[in-house]
Design a protein around this ligand. Structure first.
Ligand code: PLP
Length: 380
């Protein structure tokens, strides 16, 4: 059975050129970038070139980039780092109910430490309005953290407009761009953000590596202590091969961003049109105006997410619910609950399909037809 991977928002396969880069760095450059000798200098050159390429990809300066172990650590550093360093200016933080748990659980941790967090509710398309941010702002707000594109339903947030709003406020602005980076062109100066998180494994790069952009002049406390790496903002010997692979993946991704976008729109439309042709009853969750083209979240009335996923898997199709699987039970997605409420059927019957490297139009037609068959079977 040929399998079809439609879970690229969870993680994505390594691009073959990225694998080549990683292997080559592992084989030829084992030096510690902090060492003075030639082995260290060789490693430092690779580290510097990677940092430069990644900084260029978002319009940042070389010194504004901090390598981390991924999106989760970047989010933790941004939120805890800003909160601790700016406590004397205020203890209020604004975020949204639909953030990734890397943000939500970090905010909950800070609440236990005395911070006051406002969790904004999205509209039923998954959008946070600029007006709601404006209304929640207080003189003691020190941080606003709103994601760029949602990982479950794909809705894109008005990041630039929020950046504009915050220009006249003391609050720092962080955006978790883990899911949007690589599909949406972004420039930190134009967005008006102070901090931006990115992860390698969502863009056909390696897992366990990411970066946090920290605008120069931003006051932040480190979360990891030790050596003086990353200009004392994140201690620990850099994961050189992964960083080089990440930079390679980013370069490939940014260079092909327009073609990728076009392909994902086509795959998304093909999936939707095939379901329609099969006369399936379904609804799209999320915005149909502001969305990440690679994420398609669909509610299938009168089905249940667990048998849907099991049947899809048996048919060779890897998709996911937005739910976290805890101790064998599927928890309802906090994103869908925030959008539709606890009583909505959509929180029990929605599946996320996400597209990426290797998917063809033929794959999508096959996957949509199989999905339609399963939906019909389960609805009976
Ligand atoms: C929006 C978002 N933020 C953060 C993360 C966490 O990134 P990582 O897996 O690199 O820790 C993810 C990964 O699923 C994500 O989708």
């Amino acid at each position: 059975m040929d399998r079809i991977y439609l879970d690229h928002a969870a993680t994505s396969p390594l691009h073959p050129s990225v694998t080549e880069t990683i292997v080559s760095v592992m084989q030829s450059s084992f030096g510690n970038p902090s060492s003075i000798h030639s082995y260290g200098r060789d490693a430092r050159k690779i580290l510097d070139e990677s940092r430069m390429a990644l900084a260029d990809s978002i319009g940042a300066d070389f010194s504004e980039m901090v390598f981390t172990s991924g999106g989760t650590e970047a989010d933790n550093l941004a939120i805890i780092g800003i909160a601790r360093a700016n406590r004397q200016k205020g203890q209020h933080i604004i975020t949204s109910q639909i953030e990734h748990h890397a943000v939500l659980h970090t905010c909950q941790f800070l609440e236990k430490d005395g911070f006051d967090v406002t969790y904004l509710t999205p509209d039923d398309t998954g959008r946070i309005t600029v007006q709601s941010v404006k209304e929640a702002l207080r003189p003691d707000t020190i941080l606003v953290t709103i994601m760029y594109g949602n990982n479950e339903v794909g809705t894109i947030q008005p990041v630039k407009e929020i950046g504009e709003l915050l220009k006249s406020h003391q609050a720092y602005f962080h955006t978790d761009a883990v899911q949007a980076y690589g599909t949406i062109r972004m420039n930190v100066k134009e967005l008006g953000v102070n901090l931006l998180s990115v992860s390698g494994h969502k863009i056909n790069g390696p897992k366990g590596v990411g970066f946090l952009y920290i605008k120069s002049g931003t006051t932040i406390t480190p979360n990891v202590f030790g050596g003086e790496q990353e200009l004392k903002r994140r201690a620990g010997t850099e994961n050189l091969a992964a960083i080089a692979g990440f930079a390679k993946a980013a370069t490939l991704s940014i260079n092909s961003i327009d073609e990728k976008k076009e392909l994902y729109y086509c795959l998304r439309n093909t999936f939707i049109e095939t379901l329609k042709a099969e006369e399936i009853d379904f609804q799209i969750n999320g915005s149909t105006e502001y969305f990440l083209p690679h994420v398609l979240n669909i509610s299938f009335p009168n089905t249940d997410v667990e048998p849907m996923l099991v049947n899809l898997d048996m048919a060779g199709i890897a998709a996911s619910s937005g739910s976290a699987c805890t101790a064998g039970s599927l928890e309802p997605s906090h994103v869908l609950v925030a959008m539709y409420g606890h009583d909505s059927q959509r929180i029990k019957n929605s599946i996320r399909f996400s597209f990426g490297l290797g998917n063809t139009k033929e794959d999508i037609i096959t996957a949509a037809k199989e999905t339609a068959k399963i939906v019909k079977r389960l609805q009976n």
